[in-house]
Design a protein around this ligand. Structure first.
Ligand SMILES: C[S@@+](CC[C@H](N)C(=O)[O-])C[C@H]1O[C@@H](n2cnc3c(N)ncnc32)[C@H](O)[C@@H]1O
Length: 249
C-alpha cells in the first residue's frame, strides 16, 4: 500500500519527464547552498562572439540558449542536434533567426576543416580532435560541462549511473594534443538544494545517458532511500559540478 502511495506521489514527475522536450530547465532550478561557479557561460559566449564570422553550437537541444544569445553571434551560425525529438524543435525556433540546423552526432562533425572560428558547447558530448579540426586558426572553443562529481551522492543508490571519467582532464589534454592552447580552465563543485524528491525524479528521467533504464517501479526503493538520507530542512541537498574550458587554435 505504502509503495503504491509513493509511486502515486512521484508519478506526476515521471509524466512530466515523459512529455519533456527541448532543454528548458528553468522550472527546476535548485537553491544555492554554496556559491555557484564564478563564471557565467552566456556572458563568456557573448564576449567570444564578438568579431567572429562562423559559429557552431553543438547539441543545441531545443535551441533555447542559442535563441537567447543569437544577436551576439555572427550572421553565419550553425547548430547541431542529434535527438530526433529536439532537432525539429530547434529548427522551428532557430531557422527564423537565420541559424542552420544540422542533425548529426557530436563526436563526428559533418563539417570541413576550419569551417568555424567559434565553437560553443554547453553540456554536450565532444571529441576534442573533432572540435580542433573544424576550428580555423585563431578560432575559439568555449565549453561548459558537467563535472565528474556531479550528484556524487546518487552513485551508491543508482549503480547504473554512468561514470564519464575525468572529462575535465581528458578534454584539456585532448585540446592540447590537437594543437589548441588552453586560455582558461575552471572547475567548481557546490552544494544546492532541490525542493523535493520529485525534482530529482524528473531530472534523472530526462537524462537517459546518465541514468540508463531508470524507472519509477524499478528504482522506487533507491529513490526513497536517497530521500531518507539526504532530505534536509532546505530540501534535497546534492553536489553540483561544472567546468569551463576555453581554448584557441
Ligand atoms: C544536456 S542537453 C543541452 C542542450 C543545450 N546545449 C543547452 O545547454 O541548453 C544535451 C543534448 O542532449 C539531448 N537530449 C535531451 N534529452 C534527450 C533524450 N531524452 N535522449 C537523447 N538526447 C537527449 C539534447 O537535445 C541535447 O542535444
Amino acid at each position: 500500500m505504502k509503495r503504491a502511495q509513493e509511486l502515486a506521489r512521484l508519478k506526476p514527475w515521471f509524466e512530466r519527464a515523459r512529455d519533456f522536450s527541448g532543454w528548458d530547465l528553468s522550472k527546476v532550478r535548485p537553491r544555492l547552498i554554496e556559491p555557484a561557479p564564478a563564471w557565467d557561460y552566456e556572458t563568456i559566449v557573448r564576449q567570444y562572439g564578438l568579431g567572429k564570422r562562423d559559429a557552431l553550437d553543438m547539441g543545441t537541444g531545443g535551441g533555447e540558449l542559442l535563441a537567447r544569445i543569437r544577436e551576439a553571434l555572427p550572421a553565419r551560425t550553425t547548430a547541431t542536434e542529434e535527438w530526433n525529438v529536439n532537432a525539429p524543435i530547434a529548427k522551428k525556433r532557430l531557422a527564423p533567426l537565420g541559424v542552420e540546423i544540422v542533425r548529426c552526432r557530436s563526436l563526428l562533425l559533418p563539417f570541413v576543416e576550419s569551417a568555424f572560428d567559434l565553437v560553443i558547447n554547453r553540456h554536450e558530448e565532444l571529441e576534442p580532435r573533432e572540435v580542433a579540426r573544424v576550428l580555423s586558426v585563431g578560432g575559439h572553443v568555449v565549453t561548459q560541462q558537467v563535472g565528474r562529481d556531479n550528484w556524487s551522492e546518487l552513485r551508491s543508490f543508482f549503480p547504473m549511473m554512468t561514470d564519464f571519467g575525468d572529462l575535465y582532464g581528458n578534454y584539456i589534454r585532448g585540446f592540447e594534443s590537437a594543437g589548441l592552447q588552453i586560455i582558461r580552465k575552471n572547475q567548481h563543485d557546490y552544494k544546492v538544494a532541490y525542493r523535493d524528491l520529485g525534482e530529482i525524479v524528473f531530472l534523472l528521467a530526462i537524462s537517459p545517458w546518465s541514468f540508463p533504464g531508470f524507472s519509477p517501479e524499478g528504482d522506487l526503493d533507491a529513490l526513497l532511500a536517497l530521500e531518507s538520507d539526504y532530505l534536509t530542512e532546505d530540501g534535497l541537498v546534492l553536489t553540483e559540478s561544472r567546468f569551463l574550458i576555453i581554448a584557441e587554435k
